[in-house]
Ligand binder design. Structure first.
Ligand code: MN
Length: 231
């Protein structure tokens, strides 16, 4: 096949204990999936799950033990961190039942759903799509994927984020409104999941702004940490 120009190389995420990389298809994100975060955003915390997407090439892939770099994005003066558990799909499917969801999971990672909150809020007010607030370049830092069998009890894992060494977000994955299996059930009713899909499952309370020079260190127990500096 001759192309008019070189196609983009596939986006990949390294896998702990595995020489082969995880090739990324799509990035799905769940909105307002922890009650105390939904409340801090002005909602009740009781609503069906809803989804948005980021392009695969918005990932900032940070190998184990390294600190990644995220450029401070354009058009915003209120860049927020959202620490999230990320699910990596290994087996696709549609209309997956929650009871069968584990068979579709390859592994888990720690991710940041970085958000231009001022732009997102403007779009919300106008009833317009969130893309400019959520799906911008370099908006999705992620650490290496840990395969399911080595990930421990992710559904009851502590999740946290520190900025310059100070606690910003601290919760437990057990507090998800829609847990991982239920999220996969809802998501796969709307889209046919494919191997390589990533699901950012939502953030707990404590979202706030970061500025140039800040260092973010996020963690989910059993999955290691994700370190990112804002350049
Ligand atoms: Mn989020």
């Amino acid at each position: 096949m001759d192309y008019l120009f070189s196609p983009q190389a596939p986006v990949t995420v390294p896998v702990n204990g595995e020489s082969r990389a995880f090739p990324v298809h799509r990035i799905y994100c769940v909105g307002r999936n922890y009650e105390d975060h939904a409340k801090e955003m002005g909602f009740t915390g009781r609503e069906p799950p809803f989804f948005f997407l980021k392009p695969a090439d918005t990932l900032v892939v940070v190998p184990s033990g390294q600190t990644g770099t995220m450029p401070y994005p354009s058009l915003t003066s209120n860049l927020h961190h959202e620490i999230e558990l990320v699910v990596a799909i290994g087996v696709g499917g549609k209309n997956i039942q929650a009871a069968d969801a584990a068979k579709h999971i390859y592994g888990y990672a720690v991710g940041l759903d970085m958000t231009r909150r001022d732009l997102q809020n403007d779009m919300k007010k106008q009833g317009r799509p969130w893309c400019i607030g959520k799906a911008f370049d370099h908006s999705a830092p992620i650490g290496p994927i840990t395969p399911l069998a080595q990930a421990g009890d992710v559904n009851n894992a502590d999740i946290s984020l520190q900025v310059n060494g100070a606690d910003r977000q601290r919760s437990n994955v057990a507090k998800l409104i829609w847990n991982v299996a239920e999220t996969i059930e809802h998501l796969s009713a709307a889209w046919e999941l494919q191997p390589g899909d990533l699901i950012y499952t939502g953030t707990p309370e404590g979202v706030a702004a970061v500025v140039q020079g800040d260092t973010l260190v996020g963690a989910v127990a059993g999955l290691g940490s994700l370190s990112v500096q804002i350049a």
